[in-house]
Write a protein that binds this ligand. Structure first.
Ligand code: ATP
Length: 280
């Protein structure tokens, strides 16, 4: 097990109550875990426990344990944990500080004690995998939103983490930027085998690509399972204001009208069921 969260509760120093309550969670190597929940449900707080920012840099009352590859995060530095767990935040502008794309990617590597050849290799790899080749000398603020977020991902990837935790990485991007970043995340998981933990409001995407989804409500995990199982709980998701994918809505409507016997949850399955039904 790559990450184990055991009975974790957390209250910010200035928090009114607990932002996380008795969280238990295991993340397998290579898994793609989606996190859903209404605003304020604790998604970002949970993400910050995976690389030790909570409890090391953000103080509060922390109970329970998080283990990353067996390291207890309470006893391991954020610097060490960051070589295993890479964190990408919502706003790419807050993560880019350097004068060129290449310097941005090199920045985190310089403290790892790597030789120059290895640094160059990693930079080339990160540029290629994120589709930023040719932009090495660009000034990061001049990039498009999608390119900036891919650069933020490239600089984290260059550290060669085993897990990438992404907290709403597409929420500030235009439709093209969103698509570029989501395709990159799929590629990193399916082709590079990187474990992904993703907070994302695009439920269609999670339904297609996540292996498992957890839903947070007021700091607690209230639903957990394969995407299909989680999206069966339409009423719970609606109550939390979580967007129901179109295929799920259509399938439920067809079931309510007696046209389908059971709900099909993704588009492919829905189309197949309708094909059989209409004998197309
Ligand atoms: N620095 C802080 N100090 C005190 N309370 C905080 C702090 N950061 C977050 N909280 C509180 O913790 C709870 C969980 O917040 P968190 O940001 O983790 O939720 P979220 O699900 O990520 O929300 P969003 O989707 O809006 O980002 C909220 O009640 C929030 O007000």
């Amino acid at each position: 097990m790559l990450i184990r969260v055991e009975d974790v509760s957390f209250r910010y120093s200035r928090g009114k109550g607990y932002s996380l309550k008795n969280i238990n969670l295991k993340v397998r190597r290579g898994e793609f875990l989606g996190i859903l929940g209404a605003s304020g449900s604790g998604k970002s707080t949970l993400c910050l426990t995976f690389n030790g920012i909570i409890p090391h840099s953000i103080k509060g009352e922390f109970k329970g344990n998080v283990y990353v590859k067996g390291y207890n995060t309470k006893e391991t530095s954020v610097a060490k944990l960051s070589t295993i767990v890479g964190l990408v935040l919502q706003n790419p502008d807050s993560q880019l500080f350097n004068m060129t794309v290449e310097e941005e990617i090199a920045f985190g590597l310089e403290n790892l004690g790597l030789d120059t050849e290895e640094i160059k290799r990693r930079i080339r790899w990160a540029l290629r995998i994120t589709g930023l080749e040719g932009l090495e000398n660009e000034f990061p603020p001049n990039l498009s939103g999608g390119q900036k977020q891919r650069l933020a991902i490239a600089s984290v990837l260059a550290m060669r983490p085993e897990v990438l935790v992404l907290d709403e990485p597409t929420s500030q991007l235009d439709p093209l930027g969103k698509e570029q970043v989501l395709s990159l995340i799929t590629l990193l998981n399916k082709e590079q085998g990187i474990t992904i933990i993703l907070v994302e409001h695009n439920t269609e995407y999670l339904l297609s690509f996540a292996d498992r989804i957890i839903v947070l409500d007021k700091g607690e995990i209230i639903l957990e399972g394969k995407p299909k199982q989680v999206f069966e709980e339409v009423d719970v998701l609606r109550r939390l204001g979580i967007k129901i994918p179109a295929s799920v809505k259509i399938a439920h409507e067809l079931k309510n009208r007696g046209i389908l016997k059971e709900v099909a949850l993704d588009e492919k399955e829905l189309v197949n069921k309708l094909k059989i039904l209409t004998k197309i």
